[in-house]
Write a protein that binds this ligand. Structure first.
Ligand code: UDP
Ligand code: MG
Length: 315
């Protein structure tokens, strides 16, 4: 039985040797056959060189190198489609995902679980980040059809069944956190203490996080569309009541001057609601735009994996 470990890398030249050492130590202890698939996501540093050196030294090391930065979602997808193991583990390069957990994951896999999910505590995260994350998950779980758990990320073991299920989802706007939850299968959560990044720095800016958050909500259903529709209905109803009330006042007291405040508030509120609704529509249309183009989620520039391309036309 074979274990594949997928490691997306974007500017991780410093982290790779360290991660390699830790992972190999654990894998040797477990004693099953394995492959390490590093995906170089268009790094601007010497990540690819590091990977090539490792691959020369150790033939368990495979690498896939993209033609440019396509994002972690694409790196994971490439890793999944090239992995040949019966069990596949996805982990970050920065040692924030403790390799020691691999043992526990394998045990759970042998016990029959298809997804063994590592859940991190929020120790060490700032109070504001924790607060926003909690709030975000509340909103997301309310808005979407799949359940997403706070602290659960991409660090997980997937059985061949689960991997094939993920690969059968052809959408190009991928939000893995949601997809993992959507496919289902037998799942087990194991907790671990949050780790500081060992080398390098995080690739997440506030803007990226915001976009990722919006993607999470939009890629799972059309509830936001329905909400804007309901919001529109409420507005129309309120304006109708307001017009009726004004009309009755005019009948009773005649026309009085003024009304600036009410006019301007009405314009602002309705204008705002309209803009938000158009924005929501725009987001969905944007998603459709990318889906219909059917562009590949990534382009490979270099790899040491010898598989016929035809076996991997995943899009
Ligand atoms: N990553 C990637 N492509 C990107 C951004 C990140 O492959 O465009 C990889 C990165 O090298 C790391 C993992 O995704 O292995 C998680 O990134 P990071 O540690 O920056 O995220 P954080 O842990 O801060 O959420
Ligand atoms: Mg990290």
């Amino acid at each position: 039985m074979m274990l594949s470990i997928i490691i997306p890398c974007y500017n991780e030249e410093g982290a790779i040797p360290l991660l390699y050492k830790h992972v190999i130590d654990v894998l040797k202890e477990i004693g099953m056959s394995y492959e390490l698939i590093f995906v170089n996501d268009g790094s601007k540093d010497n990540t690819l060189l590091q990977l090539k050196l490792l691959a020369k030294k150790d033939n368990h090391v495979k690498y896939i190198s993209f033609s440019r930065n396509f994002g972690k979602e694409s790196s994971m997808l490439a890793g999944l489609s090239y992995a040949s193991g019966q069990a596949v583990i996805i982990m970050d390069a920065d040692l924030q995902h403790p390799p020691l957990l691999i043992k526990e994951m394998i045990n759970a896999f042998h016990a029959g679980y298809d997804q063994v999910i590592a859940k991190r505590t929020r120790t060490g995260d700032s109070v504001s980040k924790t607060f926003f994350a909690k709030m975000y998950y509340k909103i997301v779980n309310h808005l979407t059809d799949v359940e997403m758990v706070d602290g659960v990320g991409d660090f997980r073991l997937l059985s061949r069944k689960a991997v094939d299920a993920l690969l059968s989802l052809k959408e190009s706007n991928r939000f893995s956190k949601g997809l993992f939850s959507w496919i289902g299968f037998k799942q087990k959560i194991i907790e671990y203490e949050n780790q500081e990044r060992q080398v390098g720095e995080t690739k997440w800016s506030l803007k990226k996080l915001f976009n990722y958050g919006v993607q999470g909500i939009l890629s799972f259903n059309d509830k936001p569309l329905r909400i804007t529709f309901q919001l529109g209905l409420v507005c129309v109803l309120m304006s109708f009541l307001y017009i009726l009330w004004t009309f009755i006042t005019i009948l009773k007291e005649g026309v009085t001057v003024g009304g600036y405040f009410t006019t301007i508030s009405a314009i602002l509120v309705i204008g705002g609601v309209q803009l938000i609704s158009i924005g929501v529509l725009g987001e969905y249309i944007g998603k459709i735009y990318y889906e219909v183009k059917k562009r590949p989620p990534y382009l490979i520039d270099d790899t040491n994996i010898n598989v016929k391309e035809s076996e991997h036309d995943i899009v």
